[in-house]
Design a protein around this ligand. Structure first.
Ligand code: ADQ
Length: 739
């Protein structure tokens, strides 16, 4: 059985004179997995224990009783890592509250240090096949720290908070390191698609990495991203509801609140939960309706009282409560009852059952479990859930009374409406929500996350990996006159931000020398670049060159460029130049490149989303404008190319195949301009598309330029007609082309 190692800032225990296990949603979600995994948990046990002997005793007891491993923090660690960076820098920013965010360099240094402490502890304990599941924002650097030491480790990360928009996340001085830390995971889970979308866009804008639909390509692995809305521990809540303690408490509460309508709020006392706005809404409601039979019951657990913003919030709330009560109380009726303390679960369930409505109006909340708990407990009657549209739970509970938590008038109206709605209406809205909460519980959440995490290997090879030799390379080696037509940018060499930086060097240069010094294959470098540039870069290699997407070619040693269609009409360039210049002016960072037979608008250095948007606009406008002209439009990688129909890689290769009588030709390329090679319906052609994203007509795919270079090196190192190549991870059959 594999071990599942859960890693969270806090262990689910209370260490006082004795050690007690606490029962959060996460604990019960994971307990359900006990038959599939050997469960371990690593985290801070809370408090500060400096005495070594006491630490040893706690460690032994936690290990023996629960299979937990404690991390011990000093007071300085707690101040800087937990109270400081986690709760005073990250938490407010993740919740769109930059005004509450404070930052100190030493906090982040400590955050890094403690993440490393966690990493060391995990590495000390983990066996090769163990699964590591890291929880939440306190440990964002941890996945990459683990990956660095153990590249093959299976690492999941779940973010329990929102992930904010790039405009907010960019405020963090250490934004790159945090993102890189997260991307060390094999899978990152979010509560909602909105958070996932923000994460992708932030990774693009800050790290320049474009995401695929389901994953983000990182240097040596793929980091999958997906949405897993957390649920509640339904069985645990049912057990409380079925307990005698619950019945006793409910009976007592019914007596206390007889004849009253109860409107309930339950939360940690946190500035993200929207308590002051809610109190203002209550003030308005009382003013407007003058009702004397409504009690607003707040159950607020004091939280993070070492952070000044939380202490200030408590004072603000206490003041506001007393103002409202001062204004609206009568003898025997105090409208707001505020309890600054946690309540036992049986009592919490009794309150949920009793309450006519729950008002859950956070200004921002990753999910909000209270909303789901309230729905689940509506087993005797149909209470109304008034829910903030800024809680992740609103995505799943659309039949709730959804409100904007900043709009206090709307909250006041929603409370009034909740008290006036008919039983039938309330039931109609509640039932579908009850079904959803019951089905998608905490166990479902944990299981679905782990299922996705552990099936990552299947996902990484969506198209089947094959032994290629017999199918493709062997015919090439058996041919009497084989040729290689190899595109340059994005195929042989990686794409660079500035096209002039892609000149052959290092590994690429070595390979070009190898290709030039062998005589088994006739090699053509076939690029979209200009003749002058190709001469400058490639004349030192004895290779055939094809420039400007096939417009002209130069055989090795000839010193002369040949244009296949010398009298091609290129007058359209004059018509288009001004129009493209306008696009360039409107898109900062873009530029226009002019070649003999094409105009290329590059937007690689523009804002990535804006550039893409403008490019699509350009393509659609050009398609209408140019339909009667002898040109083709290609939307390539970060460029739009308008090219003469006579500058076509496919027709040039067709011509060269015939005139040189090549009987097999490997054609490799990475973008749309290369598709004309793959489309040639000639048996001699073996098409290889570099990259696994876009659609292609090539028969084979190769994942990256690096992988393609490795393949060419292998091909060159094999004498003619030798044993097949070993199974290669870099070359895959393009399934869409298999019949
Ligand atoms: P929290 O911000 O703590 O969690 P929430 O999801 O509402 O918010 O969970 C609070 C839990 O504490 C609930 O289970 C609730 O019953 C309990 N609780 C609150 N007040 C209590 C009281 N006075 N007495 C007893 N129990 C009380 C973070 C994120 C959320 C996300 C969760 C889970 O901020 O957005 O939903 O993690 O991922």
């Amino acid at each position: 059985m594999h071990s599942l190692i859960i890693v969270s800032n806090r262990l689910p225990v209370k260490v006082k004179e004795t050690i007690e296990k606490s029962s959060g949603g996460l604990v019960s979600a994971l307990e359900g997995l006990g038959d599939q995994y050997d469960l371990q948990w690593i985290g801070w046990a809370g408090g500060v224990v400096d005495d070594q002997q006491k630490r040893q005793e706690i460690t032994t007891e936690l290990k023996e009783r629960f299979n937990f491993t404690p991390i011990f923090l000093s007071q300085e660690d707690v101040d800087d890592y937990y109270t400081g960076f986690s709760n005073s820098s990250l938490w407010p920013l993740l919740h769109y509250m930059p005004c509450n965010a404070r930052y100190e360099d030493k906090w982040f240094q400590k955050y890094r240090e403690i993440n490393q402490l966690f990493a060391d502890k995990i590495l000390e304990q983990a066996e090769p096949d163990d699964i590591i599941w890291v929880q939440d924002y306190h440990l964002m650097l941890l996945p990459a720290m683990l990956r660095k030491v153990k590249p093959d480790m299976t690492i999941g990360f779940f973010l329990h908070t929102p992930f904010p928009s790039y405009e907010i996340f960019r405020c963090l001085p250490n934004r790159e390191e945090l993102l890189e830390g997260l991307l060390g995971a094999d899978l990152i889970g979010f509560h909602t698609f909105g958070y996932l979308r923000h994460f992708r866009s932030t990774v693009l804008r800050i790290l320049g990495i474009e995401s695929e639909i389901a994953y983000i390509p990182v240097e040596h692995h793929r980091c999958a991203i997906d949405v897993f809305p957390i649920g509640i521990n339904t069985q645990g809540f049912q057990n409380f509801i079925d307990s005698p303690a619950f019945s006793r408490r409910l009976k007592a509460l019914r007596k206390i609140y007889a004849g009253k309508k109860i409107i309930l709020s339950v939360e940690r006392l946190d500035y993200t939960k929207g308590i002051p706005h809610r109190l203002e809404a209550i003030d308005r409601f009382l003013e407007k309706t003058g009702r004397k039979d409504v009690i607003f019951l707040f159950i607020s657990v004091p939280s993070r009282q070492t952070v000044p913003e939380y202490r200030e919030l408590r004072q603000e709330v206490e003041l506001k409560v007393s103002q409202i009560n001062g204004k609206h109380s009568t003898i025997g009726q105090v409208p707001v009852h505020f309890l600054f303390r946690p309540v036992l679960p049986e009592e919490l369930c009794a309150l949920y059952v009793l309450a006519d409505a729950a008002v859950v109006t956070p200004l921002m909340d990753g999910m909000n479990l209270v909303a789901k708990e309230y729905i689940f407990c509506q087993q005797e009657k149909s209470g109304v859930l008034i829910l903030s549209e800024f809680a992740g739970a609103a995505q799943e509970l659309p039949y709730a009374s959804i409100v904007n938590p900043y709009n206090v008038r709307q909250i006041a109206d929603a409370i009034q409406q909740a008290l006036e709605d008919s039983e039938e209406e309330k039931k109609r809205r509640l039932e579908p929500m009850k079904k959803r909460v019951a089905k998608y519980n905490a166990q479902f959440w944990a299981k679905s996350f782990l299922k996705t995490l552990t099936s990552k290997d299947e996902k990484e090879t969506p198209i089947e990996t094959l032994v290629l030799t017999q199918k493709a390379l062997a015919p090439l080696q058996d041919a009497s006159r084989p040729a290689l037509f190899i595109d340059y940018d994005g195929t042989l060499a990686e794409i660079t931000n500035l096209p002039e930086n892609a000149a052959p060097s290092g590994e690429v240069e070595q390979l070009l020398f190898s290709l030039a010094s062998q005589d088994q294959f006739e090699v053509y470098i076939i690029a979209g670049r200009r003749r002058q540039e190709m001469d400058r870069w490639f004349s030192k290699f004895r290779l055939n060159l094809i420039a400007e997407h096939g417009y002209c070619y130069k055989e090795k040693g000839s010193g002369r460029w040949v244009v296949l269609v010398p009298d091609a009409d290129l007058s359209w360039k004059d018509q288009l130049r001004e129009y493209l210049n306008l696009f360039t002016a409107m898109t900062p960072g873009s530029f226009l490149e002019e070649k003999t037979a094409s105009l290329v608008w590059h937007y690689r250095n523009s804002d990535p989303e804006f550039g893409e948007w403008k490019a699509r606009q350009l393509v659609s406008e050009l398609q209408e404008m140019l339909s009667n002209l002898p040109v083709e439009i290609h939307h390539g990688k970060k460029n739009v190319t308008i090219v003469s129909i006579h500058a076509n890689k496919g027709s040039t290769i067709y011509h060269l195949l015939a005139s040189n009588q090549y009987d097999k030709a490997l054609c490799a390329g990475d973008d749309e301009t290369d598709e004309s090679m793959f489309r040639l319906s000639d048996n001699a052609i073996i098409g290889v598309k570099i990259g696994d994203k876009e659609e292609t007509e090539a028969e084979f795919r190769c994942s990256s330029p690096k992988a393609f270079r490795a393949l060419l090196n292998k091909l060159l190192s094999r004498p003619k007609n030798t044993a097949p190549l070993k199974k290669t991870e870099v070359f895959t059959v393009n399934r869409s082309n298999q019949s």
